[in-house]
Design a protein around this ligand. Sequence first.
Ligand code: SF4
Ligand code: SF4
Length: 398
Amino acid sequence: MDFRKIPTLNSTPSLLGYGCMRFPEKDGKIDKEQSYAMLDAAIAGGVNYFDTAYIYHNGESEPFMGQYFKENLSTKPRDSFYIATKLPTWEVNSLEDAKRIFAQQCERLQVDYIDFYLLHDLKLDRFEKMEKLGVYDYCRELQAQGKIKHLGHSSHENAENFAKIVDARDWDFVMLHLNYMDLDNLKLYEYAVAKGVPVFVMEGVKGGSLSKLPDDIAPHFTALNPTATPASWALRWAGSLSDSGRPPAEASGDLRGGEQSPPSLAVKCILSGMSSMEQVQDNLATFSGFKPLSNEEHAAIKRVEVDLRKRVRCNCTGCNYCMPCPAGVNIPWVLSIWNNWGIYENRGHSNWEWSMVGADSRPAKCTECGACNAICPQKIDIIADLKRADSELEGLAW
Ligand code: SF4
Ligand code: SF4
């Protein structure tokens, strides 16, 4: 296992972190036998960082991990592994809520302190609310008492709002959604790097969407390496990021190929929500003797990215100008799920995304008033596309 020390935090997490949100399940519960075996294998392979959250597995992940730590790691020094968990900022409406949830998290995890504590999915409006309630200061008080070692936040924000949050307060680290398809997020990464804030990566395989490529695109990878999995390519991309967020050769104008210089060490840990033993073994191989991507490999990833983008169903940018729809249809959300289905053809993931959309937000509610078509800057025929999206997504379950 590779490690990238964080001198400012006096911590050395494993480059592969275990994301505890996608354990295999049995009868609606986390499958203890399988999951324990996967955690055992990850630890044997050098993983020392475990990332859970209050909400994962409908609240089951934290107590599950607490029990695992008690049964399997209680004889090891507490500072030989790291526990990360997150405060669900959207559920916090008072300082008392934050205090109650933190106490509950320590109880669930059966620990006296949390190594890495994050304000979960911290959008700007949520941050402002946390500030008003005094949650940030409370977390720093917990830190002074030794109950939190490091304070950070996870972000799916846009770059402008992310910068406001980073500038408003000190952060020991941030967790960012980074993969070779969501390149807009590199602006967040670059900002964090410029500010000297250590970066932890989530969604490196885009919720599993990049773990299997369509048959006509996969050869871009297999031509260079017949055995490497698509997931390993995606995770190596994240681990190879330079300070600028671009491949070093591209940043220097040298696109001739060959080997590149070592990547920036700004990325300290890359999470993977492993849900099978095969994934654990594959990820351990990726992060043991980590090999940054060569320029030739970066070029292959660029070809995959370009070809995947050709498969988008419509050009919705998510600008939200068409919202709110008077009939309640969540237009950008529906079109985004439809696009993801078109690009990745990941039936299970798309079906899950579609199941999240309530009946009141679905295209069936559209009255064809035409207000959205008139305003869309991309000139999308939204009424027609919603019908196509509905028909394709409704068919996924079959
Ligand atoms: S206005 Fe057009 S581009 Fe913007 S979110 Fe709506 S459909 Fe997408
Ligand atoms: S045409 Fe349909 S989706 Fe568009 S605003 Fe009217 S009701 Fe909403």
